[in-house]
Design a binder for this molecule. Structure first.
Ligand code: NAI
Length: 266
């Protein structure tokens, strides 16, 4: 484990932190003694989540598509805790349509899954860059952003963008510069793309947990293991044999991308 990042009293900010994968992350980081800020659109879910999180947790009923509200979140977290060590851009929605999807469908998915990540990077990255200690950015993508299965075009497009944004951020931090701060000269910020396997959460409509599904806790344990190993792509393999082809396509896509470029893992 990268002990400089996951230390007691360090601070994690997690969007979509009131349910599913985000809540599992919040609980895991809290169990390590870290202080937590959770951002979620759903106030009722936040109230429920707080029952499982330490009293020090800062809750924010905020839409990640709303940059001004995120600025207030940052000010409050930094004002209270003085630092941000882990930024997990995880809020996501999916409305499978079985068709191309109407404009509202596209707009709401892009607002959360795309703008949520871009807004959050603009708001929080300067804080991470300004700190003189190691920090971590995790963006939650999806296999659907790589394999483009039918029935969810806006979601596929949004998650393909999350993959590219995360790769671009990594290069920008290493090689060039970041608006609002200089480049991360000392490689203190490590960024990662989390691609969960099929995970049984509120986002999934099936009434019964499929045998092959991951639990949110399993995804987070896997994520921490891979961060420890320095992996940039954190790709949870599906253990369902019918998904074998998808897994191969994803491995190929990721392998192909890093082929002629400097490795994205440290
Ligand atoms: P979930 O539905 O259990 O949790 C998502 C949370 O995000 C909810 O609490 C929701 O209220 C919140 N949220 C939605 N829109 C928001 C917004 N605009 N601003 C702030 N919060 C918002 O979903 P789950 O499964 O935990 O998903 C987490 C991430 O993992 C998402 O980005 C999803 O696309 C991704 N993912 C999930 C997979 C799965 O099988 N469940 C597979 C691959 C990726």
């Amino acid at each position: 484990m990268n002990s400089s990042i996951f230390q007691k009293s360090h601070v994690a900010v997690i969007s979509g932190g009131a349910d599913g994968v985000g809540l599992a992350a919040a609980k895991k980081f809290a169990s390590m003694g870290m202080r937590i800020g959770i951002i979620d659109l759903n106030g009722e879910k936040i109230s429920e989540a707080l029952k499982e999180l330490p009293e020090s947790t800062l809750p924010f009923i905020v839409d990640v598509g709303d940059m001004q509200s995120l600025e207030k979140v940052k000010a409050e977290i930094v004002g209270r805790f003085g630092r941000i060590d882990v930024l997990m851009n995880n809020a996501g929605i999916s409305y499978p349509t079985k068709s191309w999807g109407n404009f509202d469908n596209w707009q709401s998915i892009i607002n959360t899954n795309f703008w949520g990540v871009v807004n959050s990077i603009h708001v929080f990255l300067p804080q991470l860059i300004s700190q003189d200690h190691a920090s971590l950015v995790v963006n939650t993508g999806s296999k659907q952003g790589i394999t483009t299965p039918p029935g969810n075009p806006a979601y596929n497009a949004s998650k393909a963008a999350v993959k590219v944004i995360t790769e671009a951020l990594e290069y920008q931090l290493r090689e060039l510069s970041f608006e609002g701060g200089s480049r991360d000269k000392n490689n203190r910020i490590s960024s990662h793309l989390l691609i969960p396997g099929f995970t049984y959460t509120g986002m999934v409509s099936s009434p019964q947990k499929p045998r092959s599904a991951w639990t949110p806790d399993q995804v987070i344990d896997f994520m921490l293991e891979r961060i420890e190993q320095g992996d940039f792509y954190i790709l949870c393999p599906d253990n369902d044999v019918t998904r074998e082809m998808d897994n191969k396509r994803i491995a190929w896509a990721v392998g192909d991308i890093i082929e002629d470029r400097p490795p994205l893992s440290r």
